[in-house]
Ligand binder design. Structure first.
Ligand SMILES: *Cc1c(COP(=O)(O)O)cnc(C)c1O
Length: 396
């Protein structure tokens, strides 16, 4: 038996991530590999920090890309800020809040859970109640953009409440960075992590993170050692610390970082606010198409994430069959429901490079064709027009 090269098909990625990777980013990743302590590479890393500060809207010195996927950014935030015996308020309104709880408990700390229904944003009143009932709480952790449900929470209010009760805040911005409004400094977020493969449209495997001066103080004054050697920011800082002082910590994923650099250069060229606007505008078009077909989005309008649209499955439709046909016949990937929403919804991502007019029209046309084939009770022949009207009026 001879195993041949792996040649994946070209898919359109409109699930919960990864999103379509722009050819410019794939091209950047194919450039020559150089040493990770090569002065030219170090110069690129310095630029990366500046670009990440731009994307996060922060002046935080400790802003870097963790060499592993978004989950490692999550773990970096928890293992560095949480010590055994601490109390952490964890907001859960989907899958990822549950992972935060896991992280807190594995650090030997107590997680006080604030629960909201899947599809709803975090309720700030419940956060305040939890902080009042647990005055010793050191941190509040929440997911800004819950990719498992499509709900967006009010990061600014949650951070304000945490600070009023002398707690720091950890925000999961894996799906929000680059796709919807996020202002780390103005909102005073202490620790934030993201992922390369969602609204930045890079390949998966990197996790941009940023820590405020307040958070760095907490990390430097820990009583115990960080339980993870690889994710210990005290050690990582000496590598990403800047200038010529860089010491070997691990071999950076060099070509992957070329890709993230290119993705961030593209974000800068478009302009951060324009990128947010594009995600929102194309979300309006996609949603108009769904609604014209008679499908409904499950998240209340005020909390809807533009980059992740959660649609209720129409009566009598085999949701997995629809996804399989879209994938196999049309090379279109959409997401299934997770956890409490499994079997009840589809998740349509409009992230990064995937958020374009062509994808919106293609997705609506393919979905309508498949639902018609399966005799689902939808309105036919109206979705594409409804979306196109908004594409034209907004100039996309
Ligand atoms: C995708 C995602 C993660 C995990 O990122 P990975 O790169 O898959 O490890 C964490 N939080 C949220 C909200 C996500 O959408």
């Amino acid at each position: 038996m001879t195993i041949k090269s792996f040649n994946p098909p070209i898919r359109t990625l409109m699930g919960p991530g990864p999103s379509d990777v722009h050819p410019r980013i794939l091209g950047a990743m194919a450039r020559p590999t150089i040493g990770h302590l090569d002065p030219l590479f170090v110069g690129m890393m310095d630029e990366m920090k500046t670009l990440l500060q731009y994307a996060f809207k922060t002046k935080n010195e400790l802003t870097l890309s963790v060499s592993a996927p978004g989950s490692a950014g999550m773990e970096t935030s928890f293992v560095n800020l949480v010590e055994p015996g601490d109390t952490v308020v964890v907001c859960q309104n989907g899958v990822f809040g549950g992972r935060m709880k896991e992280n807190v408990e594995r650090c030997g700390a107590k997680a006080v859970m604030v629960q909201d229904d899947w599809g709803m944003p975090v309720d700030p009143q419940k956060v305040e109640d939890a902080l009042k009932a647990n005055p010793e709480a050191k941190l509040v952790a929440f997911v800004h953009a819950e990719t498992s449900t499509g709900a967006q929470s009010d990061a600014q209010t949650i951070a304000r409440l945490a600070h009023e009760h002398d707690a720091l805040v950890i925000a999961d911005a894996v799906t929000s960075l680059g796709g919807s409004e996020l202002d780390v400094d103005a909102w005073e977020i202490d620790a934030i992590y993201s992922g390369s493969q969602k609204c930045l449209s890079c390949t998966p495997g990197l996790s941009p993170v940023s820590f405020s001066a307040r958070a760095v103080e907490v990390i430097k004054n820990r009583k115990t050692r960080v339980q993870s050697w690889f994710l210990d920011l005290n050690l990582v800082m000496s590598y990403w610390g800047g200038g010529t002082k860089r010491a070997y910590h691990h071999t950076a994923p060099i070509n992957a970082l070329y890709g993230l650099h290119e993705a961030l250069v593209m974000l800068q060229e478009e302009g951060l606010e324009n990128s947010w606007k594009r995600h929102y505008g194309l979300h309006l078009a996609l949603r108009a198409g769904f609604e014209a077909m008679g499908l409904s989005l499950i998240v209340p309008e005020a909390a809807r994430l533009p980059q992740l649209n959660t649609v209720a499955i129409p009566e009598g439709v085999d949701e997995a069959q629809v996804r399989a046909i879209l994938l196999n016949r049309y090379n279109l990937e959409i997401g299934a429901g997770l956890g409490a929403l499994a079997g009840k919804v589809w998740r349509f991502g409009l992230m990064g490079h995937s958020a374009n007019a062509k994808n919106v029209i293609f997705c609506l046309a393919a979905l309508e064709a498949v639902l018609t084939e399966l005799n689902a009770g939808i309105q036919r022949g109206v979705a594409v027009q409804a979306a196109q009207k908004l594409i034209i009026s907004q100039g996309y």
